[in-house]
Structures are given as structure tokens and as C-alpha cells.
Design a protein around this ligand. Structure first.
Ligand SMILES: Cc1cc2nc3c(=O)[nH]c(=O)nc-3n(C[C@H](O)[C@H](O)[C@H](O)COP(=O)(O)OP(=O)(O)OC[C@H]3O[C@@H](n4cnc5c(N)ncnc54)[C@H](O)[C@@H]3O)c2cc1C
Ligand code: FES
Length: 258
């Protein structure tokens, strides 16, 4: 069941270029949680017509208020407005939306997050209770956020930066290949990040015959399947709604050349 409610910001932290917010969300998690990788649709400012989708980083059931953490970077007017909110302010939030990653009980996964695609992988780390390996990538070391959380919540954490300022000098897909060459016992690869990164990670997973799920970040309008703004081309020629059918898809379903 989707819920729309006023959520109070109870914590706010700046992490490099990202803003991390914790929201009190009533029973939103208890009523709408489907898995890590879901998103909330946040009204960003009075004047702006549309809501903005932000992935859930982590969430927790509690009484009377469930807690939801999100992390985002400023890209335009909506996220700029959101970045100016303070502890005690309320946000108009719709959620939890979308399908989330499908995770087997006791499953062990390779979690791949690129840039602002890192935060949604934290929920996957928590859901797999220390069994997974995280591969986190970004342009430079200040883009690698939440590393200490992944250190606590994963069996292993590998880092890649484009400029070599932290970890492997290069892209995350090289580390995905390295890890799969050494260890073939993963139940799958779960990934969130920019589309070129997702395509490269999907190709490596396919080479190794490992299932791969990707979280797609298309522009959104309504967030609930009522417009066509978020349509994503599929390999079979169909189009799916990222908001309703996704944002997580089997990587083989996606038309990577669209
Ligand atoms: C399911 C989903 C989950 C997301 N989770 C996060 C998150 O956890 N953290 C985060 O920082 N961002 C996330 N995003 C992206 C975020 O929604 C956009 O950055 C935001 O909507 C931009 O709004 P704005 O008003 O600030 O900028 P706008 O003025 O709307 O856009 C600024 C620039 O960003 C581009 N843009 C906007 N949305 C997207 C998009 N979805 N994909 C690619 N380019 C885009 C625009 O074309 C424009 O160039 C997510 C998007 C989706 C669809
Ligand atoms: S955003 Fe409207 S259908 Fe997905």
C-alpha cells in the first residue's frame, strides 16, 4: 500500500557532496516495504509541480514512527530546495514506491554502487546480514560515502575511483571481474549507478553467467504508473515504467543500446 504523508527530518548530515537525511515516516515502512532499492517521491518546493524520486538508503520499522534514510546530491532546483531543509522541517513524501531488489533468504551478493548509486546498496548490505561484498565507485574519494557502514555490514568492501585517489584506479566493473574470477559463489550481482556503469557491470555478470539486477534511474513524472515519463526500453522491444515495474530490473531485460 502506498502512503503519502508529512515526514519530519530528524537528522541531517553532509557527506562530501551528498546530503543525508533521516525522516520519521509513520508506518510507511511497515505498510509498504518490499525490499531494498525502493524509492520515495518527495515534493521539492511549493512552486515545483513534480516530486523528485530518491532511493531509500536504509529503513527501520519502529513505533510510532518508522525511520527512512535518504542521500542525494544537488542536480537542479528540486534537489537544491531539498538540500536547504533543516532538522525539524517536514517533507511531503510518497512511498515506499517501486519493487526493490529481489534477494534470496541467506543469499550472498556482489553489491555494486556508483556515485550517488552507493546509498541504495546499503539496504542490500543490511538485508544480507554481513554475507555480501560491496564494490563502491566514484569519480574521486570524496564521492565514496557511507564506507564505514558498508565495512560494518559487508564481508568485504572494495573501492574504485576514476582518479585513483582511493582504492583501485579505474571503474567498478574491473573489480567486479576481479572478484568473480576469484569467487564464483555469489547468488548474483545487484547494482545501482549511472547507466554506462550498469551496462558494463551487466556485461561482466553475463560473461560469468551470474544473475544481475540493476536499478534504473530514468526521469520521473507521477511516480505511480500514470504517465509515460519514466518509460525504459526493454530488450524484447517493449517499454516498462521504471516507477511501477522497476526501478530494479533483471539486467537481461534492459535494452542497453536504447
Ligand atoms: C528511482 C530513482 C531513484 C533515485 N535515487 C536518487 C538518490 O538516491 N540520490 C540522488 O541524488 N538522486 C537520485 N535520483 C535522481 C534524482 O531523482 C534527480 O537528481 C532529481 O530528480 C533531480 O531533480 P532536480 O529538480 O534537482 O533537477 P532537475 O532540474 O529536474 O534536473 C537536473 C539535471 O539532472 C538530470 N536528471 C534529472 N533526473 C534524472 C534522472 N533520474 N536520471 C538522469 N538524469 C536526471 C536532468 O536532465 C538535468 O540535467 C533517483 C532517480 C530515480 C528515478
Ligand atoms: S513516472 Fe509516471 S509512469 Fe512512471
Amino acid at each position: 500500500m502506498k502512503v503519502e504523508r508529512k515526514c519530519t527530518i530528524v537528522a541531517r548530515e553532509e557527506m562530501g557532496d551528498a546530503i543525508y537525511l533521516v525522516l520519521e515516516a509513520g508506518d510507511m515502512v511497515r505498510t509498504s516495504y518490499a525490499g531494498p532499492g525502493q524509492f520515495v517521491h518527495v515534493k521539492c518546493g511549493e512552486g515545483l509541480l513534480l516530486r523528485r524520486p530518491i532511493s531509500v538508503c536504509s529503513c527501520q520499522e519502529d513505533v510510532p514512527n518508522d525511520l527512512i534514510a535518504i542521500a542525494f546530491e544537488v542536480r537542479g532546483d528540486g534537489t537544491r530546495w531539498l538540500a536547504q531543509r533543516k532538522v525539524g522541517d517536514t517533507l511531503d513524501v510518497m512511498g515506499l514506491l517501486g519493487n526493490g531488489f529481489s534477494i534470496k533468504p541467506k543469499g550472498r551478493y556482489l553489491l555494486v554502487g556508483g556515485g550517488i548509486g552507493i546509498p541504495p546498496m546499503r539496504g542490500c548490505a543490511q538485508a544480507t546480514e554481513g554475507r555480501s561484498t560491496a564494490i563502491l565507485g566514484g569519480r574521486s574519494k570524496d564521492k565514496i560515502i557511507l564506507q564505514s557502514c558498508f565495512n560494518d555490514e559487508c564481508a568485504k568492501v572494495l573501492i574504485a575511483t576514476d582518479d585513483g585517489s582511493l582504492g583501485h584506479h579505474g571503474f567498478v566493473d574491473a573489480l567486479v571481474r576481479q572478484e568473480l574470477e576469484q569467487d564464483k559463489n555469489y547468488d548474483g550481482v545487484l547494482a545501482c549507478g549511472p547507466k554506462p556503469m550498469l551496462r558494463n557491470v551487466a556485461n561482466v555478470a553475463q560473461e560469468f553467467g551470474i544473475p544481475c539486477q540493476v536499478s534504473m534511474e530514468e526521469r520521473m513524472g507521477c511516480g505511480v504508473g500514470a504517465c509515460l515519463v519514466c518509460a525504459c526500453d526493454m530488450a524484447d522491444g517493449s517499454r516498462k515504467h521504471v516507477c511501477k515495474d522497476g526501478p530494479v530490473f533483471d539486467s537481461k531485460e534492459v535494452d542497453w543500446n536504447a
